[in-house]
Design a protein around this ligand. Structure first.
Ligand code: ADP
Ligand code: MG
Length: 214
């Protein structure tokens, strides 16, 4: 299946074409159509299978096509287990939004907290980061979460292994808009801890498992 066959905004297609991305990978094929109609998604697929665009394409499409829930607050949070992985997601998000008026901020540990407060005060549409530092900013009231309509957990299994479950829970409870769409992507989704998090944070999710998960 081609991205051009999906019911997505032409600006997203344009960005994908600049990225030279045309054909959906298997995890993208199985998850994007569900995510595009607003369903929660939990997907397990091995490293390198294209999970980043599987959540970024429907997320950016929703931001382009839905009316913001609040006037000028962040609309999406994407969490990754490490600074490096968050940065990789951030760079793909920048590319995918290059054709649009959507702002993306990278908020990870190890960077100056007050500089991040200034960035968050400008209300980026999408916040990509690590759970620990984003939880710090929620506690510090650096930004409002009333407008968060997308919560995405990338490499959820690793975030739990790294001990982020309390921070993830805080983010989940704080981003409490009833129209929130939540997606969870992971190499493995069959551990008890991932299952418990899915039960708690996702609403009747579409479950996708691709063979040969790590
Ligand atoms: P994962 O998160 O599953 O490990 P990534 O999302 O990082 O995988 O994707 C791995 C690589 O595949 C990246 O370089 C990405 O740009 C590329 N890629 C993703 N989707 C496609 C696609 N549909 N067509 C071609 N390349 C793709
Ligand atoms: Mg990934």
């Amino acid at each position: 299946m081609l991205f051009s066959e999906l019911p997505i905004d032409s600006r997203v297609l344009k960005a994908l074409s600049i990225m030279q991305i045309e054909t959906l990978t298997e995890v993208q094929h199985k998850s994007i159509p569900h995510a595009l109609i607003g369903k929660d998604v939990v997907a397990g697929a091995k490293t390198g299978s294209g999970k980043t665009l599987a959540f970024l394409v429907p997320a950016v499409n929703r931001l382009l096509t839905s009316r913001p829930l609040t006037k000028a607050d962040p609309r999406a949070i994407i969490l990754a287990p490490t600074r490096e992985l968050a940065k990789q997601v951030f760079m793909q998000a920048k590319k995918l939004t290059a054709t649009q008026n959507i702002s993306v901020a990278l908020i990870v540990g190890g960077e100056n907290y007050n500089d991040q407060v200034k960035i968050l005060r400008q209300n980026p549409d999408i916040i990509v980061g690590t759970a620990g530092r984003i939880a710090d900013h929620i506690n510090g009231k650096s930004f409002f979460l009333n407008g968060i309509e997308l919560l995405i957990l990338d490499e959820a299994d690793r975030m739990l292994e790294l001990g982020f479950s309390e921070q993830l829970d805080l983010i989940h409870r704080s981003a409490n808009h009833r129209k929130r769409q939540t997606m969870m992507f992971s190499a493995t989704i069959d551990s008890a801890a991932v299952h418990a998090m899915t039960e708690k944070m996702l609403n009747a999710p579409e479950q996708i498992v691709i063979d040969n998960v790590a």
